[in-house]
Design a protein around this ligand. Structure first.
Ligand code: BES
Ligand code: MN
Ligand code: ZN
Length: 485
């Protein structure tokens, strides 16, 4: 979708949409006042709420269609609220079969217009790679927004659009079916996407992972025809060779059957999205690199498929992780923490980061605790927690602070190995998973864990996207990397 900014509509514009706040409706002036008042009279249900849209065909007028779209109340003007205005606008626009509409926005500065446009494009996502027929929404090839300074809006829009492209890529990765996106093809896609950027990509295959001792990743992935991959991304935009990177680690389970601790049919349905943590990190780094952010970041994406075969790992197996710590497998469905343990250990050993964040669709328990609105987050450092919460508020990727506690750690002890992979209690499953992960955080490393199981997948549309995978974490993490002290 091409976004343009202009002071006036082009000749032959198909649809002229005037964006109005509730307050605007009471005092309509300007060249279209008659048409606007006619529409308001004809459609009393139009109140100017965000996403309200009405339009009519005007035979003989210079635009074939003329309409109004609501902006809600004109008061709060944070970046996120402007993005949501754009998102709502787009959600209405895709119900109309028009091409290249012109949207008249009044009372917004040039950079605010750009933010509204970027919110609209964030919402204008669709995943239709495998639909050969159906078309129930209309994504226009291009949209033109009125701006007080088209050049300034265009300039402000460029980086926002790169961030948008990264979010859309993360959604694509999550929406891909597991027969297409498996560990081997996932790694290839990341390599291909990073071509032409300054991101250095290293892919470890099953032989290299076995040799290095990544026993946890290999155990989880060993049943699948598509063998595990560990993909390391490094982007250094600081201009300093010796800068210390921050580390991001993501769970990339391309399909989670549960293994021999098999899931129910219903429980398995959305498990193609179990790689969204890894997708979020790849996309966050893409966003930073394409915007040439002055940051140094390393990403580790642990990619496996959790399957069943005569080579699968079993409950009761004892595996040796890359750290040397042994793990009694008490449940093969608690696979995410296992692969994260090795990936976290690898980045800490190789890159010596002072700060590390992992993100994963880790537990159903996080959904039980927080519903589908918030990701659960845990941290061993108060100031890191504050930074993340600030990025969360600014980007709209919502997180909620959860407890780390010695009691949650104690129930991870095993009688036959250094630890179990599930707790001895069924309660607090997201908290005990975090306690497991903390055993793989080195001394002195500031660490946060984000359990994004609640928010990876949206059942219905929301302000900035349609139903499907959300791209959660891309904006949160890229914002945090840019702003961390
Ligand atoms: N991928 C799942 C977690 C999940 C569940 C994500 C629902 C999204 C929606 C994870 O690998 C898993 O199976 N976790 C188990 C852990 C349990 C065995 C301790 C769970 O939550 O049931
Ligand atoms: Mn699982
Ligand atoms: Zn899983």
């Amino acid at each position: 979708m091409k976004i343009a900014f202009a002071a006036k509509p082009a000749n032959g514009t198909d649809l002229y949409l005037m964006a109005v706040t509730r307050e605007d409706l009471k005092k309509i002036k300007g060249p279209h006042a008659d048409w606007v008042n006619m529409l308001i009279d004809a459609f009393p249900e139009f109140t100017g709420d965000p996403g309200d849209i009405v339009s009519t065909v005007l035979p003989g007028y210079k635009y074939s269609r003329f309409g109004l779209v609501g902006l809600g109340s004109g008061d709060k003007r944070t970046r996120l609220s402007l993005e949501k205005i754009g998102g709502k606008l787009m959600s209405s626009l895709i119900t109309l079969p028009v091409n290249d509409p012109y949207i008249e926005l009044n009372g917004f500065k040039a950079d605010e217009v750009a933010v509204i446009a970027s919110g609209a494009t964030l919402r204008a996502y669709e995943f239709r790679a495998y639909m050969t027929k159906k078309q129930d929404q209309y994504l226009s090839d291009s949209i033109t927004f009125k701006s007080p300074s088209p050049a300034a809006s265009g300039k402000a829009f460029t980086p926002l659009d790169k961030s948008r492209a990264a979010v859309h890529w993360a959604r694509d990765l999550g929406n891909e079916p597991p027969n297409i996106l498996h560990p081997v093809s996932f790694a290839k896609r990341v390599v291909a996407k990073m071509k032409g950027t300054n991101v250095k990509v290293t892919v470890f295959d099953e032989k290299q992972l076995t040799r290095m001792g990544a026993g946890a990743i290999m155990a989880v992935g060993q049943a699948s025809e598509q063998q595990p991959r560990l993909v390391i991304l490094e982007y250094n935009g600081t201009g300093k060779r010796n800068s210390v990177p921050v580390a991001l680690v993501g769970k990339g389970v391309t399909f989670d059957t549960g293994g021999y601790s098999i899931k129910t049919a219903d429980g398995m349905v959305d498990m193609k999205t179990d790689m969204c943590g890894a997708g979020a990190i790849a996309a966050a780094i893409l966003s930073l690199a394409t915007r040439k952010a002055k940051v140094h970041v390393v990403g580790a994406l642990a990619m496996v498929e959790n399957m069943i075969s005569d080579e699968a790992y079993r409950p009761s197996d004892i595996i040796t992780s890359l750290s040397g710590q042994t793990i009694e497998v008490t449940n093969t469905d608690a696979e995410g923490r296992l692969i994260l343990a090795d990936a976290m250990w690898y980045v800490q050993t190789k890159y010596k980061p002072k700060k590390m964040i992992d993100i994963a669709t880790l537990t159903g328990a996080a959904l039980v605790a927080l519903g589908e609105e918030y990701a659960a987050f845990y941290t061993n450092d108060v100031s890191l927690g504050r930074e993340l919460e600030q990025s969360s508020v600014d980007t709209g990727d919502k997180i909620w602070h959860m407890p780390l506690d010695p009691a949650f750690n104690a129930v991870m002890d095993s009688g036959v190995a250094d630890m179990r992979n599930t707790a001895t209690t069924r309660w607090g499953g997201s908290c005990t998973a975090a306690a497991f992960l903390q055993r793989y955080v080195k001394d002195g490393v500031k660490w946060a864990h984000i359990d994004m199981a609640p928010v990876a997948f949206a059942r219905g549309e929301y302000a900035l996207g349609p139903a499907g995978t959300t791209g959660f974490g891309v904006r949160l993490l890229s914002d945090w990397v840019e702003n961390t002290k």
